[in-house]
Write a protein that binds this ligand. Structure first.
Ligand SMILES: Cc1cc2nc3c(=O)[nH]c(=O)nc-3n(C[C@H](O)[C@H](O)[C@H](O)COP(=O)(O)O)c2cc1C
Length: 527
């Protein structure tokens, strides 16, 4: 019986000596199996294909390398010594032990991981399941196959991968088997949602630059263009020498640009104004519907909102108001755009910003002028048997509408451009637009907006000095009322007049704004 030799690692002896790998050019060297004298087990014979030597100081938790396994007859299950002699309370015997799996398999560590998606394909099917694979054995388990020069391996677990539906399943399997394991968490891909419309979102600070070409430093340009003439070189090195004509277009003020305006008042306007006057409606109430961003746990992105509001008149044509003595604009402009007033603290204001092309997500972004979200406004003129339905977008006018041009926000620019191009001149007023003021028009709508925050529970504290129900505003400069007060302009895209006076001759008239022709197209339809 051979005596126990000192422990040797596979690396110590190199590939040829480590069992069971032998270079094919040499006769196979199967080391003489050895069994410690104090170990029970079958007598070694040629059927024993593995034996290793370990001293008794083998680390706690490692398999019993003294165990002798005969894979062919399976007379022996390599149960670790600590399990055999009861020195470890393991609860239940690992499945790998009871199944008689080879000792060297039990000794190995498995990796539990989630494969990454292939970089060259967009499909991510392979990244759906969790996998388990085995640690890579050292070079002693490989040799160069002399037939083709390929690598051969005796690692029977090489390339074996187990699939699991979840990480937990894989861990449960590893624990059941008694494998040492570690979990490699996947690197989650960070998705930055991008929307074309966000280019038009207002963010304070310098104008956004969308780079469409890779920026090359002047020095690099010179290096890549050695034959550049002197004049061209100067232009690159000092951009201020760029010809004036090339720059002047970019800085051209929008106020000098020609605005294409509607050719005539809308064909529905006269009757609409008559129907909403005192003659037909005691108070020109209408239902305004907006689009409200749904709560995070909602299955839909938006929900509708509707409420009554009071129609105040067409933008730029505000009728005289005995309660508001503010100076008004001269009759220079007219429009087909109904207005109402509101409080910036109400939901409809952020709704008009949030559902607009700019997709504002924050109430803070809805404090100035802007918006442009979709709305429908409906008037029922009972005594005229007529319903008016106005579909379009609504824009908010805030105190920032006029001021220092340089500080104009993108919201102000949007309102001025989108509303401005639907304003047309009153008779003989062309050329007098310089006398017309957005701010004067805003102040002309001014009313009392000093009540405590709308929608806030009355049980919560509020600023009693500044906010009171029914508080009258005595001055146009009232800072609290000014801060809360907004004018909303509905820019109609389609107007529907449903006439139900005579049941036999009911009709619906659809008026659609023709952007190219700058006029309204009319269609008579069944109601
Ligand atoms: C007859 C009537 C007229 C109203 N007029 C207006 C109005 O002109 N502007 C307004 O913001 N709210 C008006 N309200 C209040 C709104 O209906 C609504 O309650 C409030 O604006 C809050 O809505 P919101 O939080 O959805 O914006 C009126 C309510 C009634 C009953």
């Amino acid at each position: 019986m051979p005596s126990a030799a000192p422990r040797k690692t596979v690396q110590d002896e190199g590939p040829k000596a480590a069992y069971p790998f032998t270079a094919p050019t040499e006769p196979a060297k199967v080391p003489a199996p050895s069994r410690p004298v104090d170990r029970p087990g079958p007598v070694n014979d040629s059927s024993e294909i593995i034996s290793s030597e370990l001293d008794d100081s083998s680390a706690y938790g490692t398999p019993d390398y003294y165990a002798v396994a005969d894979y062919r007859s399976h007379p022996f299950s390599p149960v670790p010594r600590r399990v055999l002699d009861g020195s470890e309370d393991i609860g239940s015997t690992p499945a790998a032990v009871t199944s008689g799996a080879p000792t060297e398999l039990q000794a190995r560590t498995v990796r539990i991981y989630k494969p990454v998606k292939t970089a060259t394909q967009s499909g991510d099917w392979h990244g759906h399941s969790w996998k388990m694979d085995w640690d890579i054995l050292q070079k002693g388990h490989r040799w160069e196959n002399p037939l083709m020069g390929w690598q051969s391996s005796s690692d029977f677990m090489q390339g074996t991968k187990l699939n699991f539906a979840s990480k937990e399943d894989a861990i449960r399997f590893a624990e059941k088997q008694g494998y040492e394991y570690f979990v490699q968490e996947p690197n989650e891909r960070k998705r930055i949602p991008k929307a074309y419309a966000s280019q038009f979102l207002h963010t304070p600070g310098k104008l956004k630059t969308i780079r469409t070409k890779i920026e090359v430093s002047p020095a690099a340009k010179i290096a890549t263009l050695p034959t550049l003439r002197l004049a061209a070189l100067r232009r690159i090195l000092s951009p201020s020498t760029t010809p004036h004509s090339a720059r002047s277009t970019a800085s051209m003020s929008s106020s000098t640009q020609h605005v294409a305006r509607p050719k005539a008042p809308a064909p529905w306007k006269e009757l609409f104004i008559a129907h909403t006057s005192k003659q037909h409606m005691e108070s020109p109430e209408f239902v305004l519907s907006t689009v409200h961003t749904a709560p995070a746990d909602s299955p839909v992105p938006y929900v509708p909102r509707a409420r009554y509001c009071i129609y105040r008149g067409m933008w730029a044509e505000l009728p005289p108001n005995e309660h508001n003595t503010a100076p008004t604009n001269a009759r220079i402009f007219a429009s087909d755009m109904p207005t109402f007033t509101t409080d910036v603290r109400m939901d409809k204001v952020p709704e008009l910003f949030g559902s607009s092309g700019g997709h504002a997500t924050d109430v803070a972004q809805a404090q100035g002028s802007g918006g442009g979200g979709p709305v429908e406004a409906v008037w029922w003129v009972k005594d005229a048997g007529t319903q008016w339905r106005v579909k379009g977008e609504a824009f908010v006018v805030a105190p920032d509408i006029e001021g220092d041009d340089a500080a104009e926000s993108s919201g102000v620019r949007t309102v001025k451009s989108e509303i401005g191009k639907r304003m047309y001149f009153q008779q003989d007023a062309e050329g007098k637009e310089g006398d017309w003021s957005w701010n004067t028009e805003l102040t002309g709508h001014f009313g009392s907006f000093k009540q405590p925050s709308p929608g806030k529970p009355v049980s919560e504290p509020y600023n009693e000095q500044e906010e009171k129900m029914g508080e009258k505003v005595t001055t146009l400069d009232d800072s609290v009322a000014r801060r809360n007060f907004r004018v909303v302009i509905i820019r109609p895209r389609e107007v529907e007049k449903t006439v139900l006076t005579d049941p036999d001759h009911s009709r619906r008239y659809r008026y659609t704004w023709n952007v190219d022709a700058l006029q309204w197209d009319t269609v008579e339809t069944w109601p």
